[in-house]
Ligand binder design. Sequence first.
Ligand code: AP5
Ligand code: MG
Length: 222
Amino acid sequence: MTVVVLLGAPGAGKGTQAALLAEKLRIAHVATGDLFRAAVRDGSPIGLEARRFMERGQLVPDDITIRMLKDRLGKPDAADGAILDGFPRTSAQAAALDNALAERGDRVDQAVHIEVPDDELIRRMSGRWVCQAAGHVYNEPTNPPRVPGRCDIDGSSLIQREDDKPDTIRARLDLQLASLREVIDHYARTGILRSVDGLQSIDDVARDLHSAVTGERPPTDA
Ligand code: AP5
Ligand code: MG
């Protein structure tokens, strides 16, 4: 199986790029933030617990997050591999992922850091709209939908994320960047870390990310 970890601060473009790369590589896109938001919508016990942390901009505790991720990786659509978007976020999560993969003779193949400066992160999260049905991501003004207020892919209405309010954006950056650094160091130590310049256009980041992961340039019509 192929396992690619996408690293980046809140708002760096992980979800946008993971969706594109998962389609190109034909493997699952696994985003712990999306799984938590779905659990919150369903009112499940994980959702009720996760919500308390998400609304304060804090990370959800490792035990809940690791259990949820392992469960997701056991689903049939992840049998050939996954792009991990938003996991691991702590050293403990990174170690748990290494152990879980090692038990089945696998490992993380690539870890790519999408680098974006803080002021741009704030701008991107402030302008983000996501679709109600599946969380497809848009941005006013950098990545607008074709029809205002409607998802291009499934037609559902676009909403703002609860944690994209200005105070929560600030809290997420203040509370989460130190552990991102730990995870970056984890993959630097294992020698599989790459970086891409996330300040470029979405297409240019996608091109560089594809090269970082596969060592090839993507086809020009991709
Ligand atoms: P999560 O949903 O993972 O949020 P995040 O890491 O804060 O990242 P975002 O989804 O905000 O940003 P992104 O990098 O995906 O950027 P996007 O592609 O949307 O987590 C939410 C919460 O859940 C966490 O705060 C935590 O509480 C909890 N959680 C999740 N995972 C956890 C874990 N492992 N452990 C513990 N807790 C966890 O892009 C952003 C915007 O910019 C969009 O509007 C997009 O259209 C636009 N954009 C993207 N790329 C570009 C570009 N190149 N140029 C211009 N605009 C762009
Ligand atoms: Mg995301």
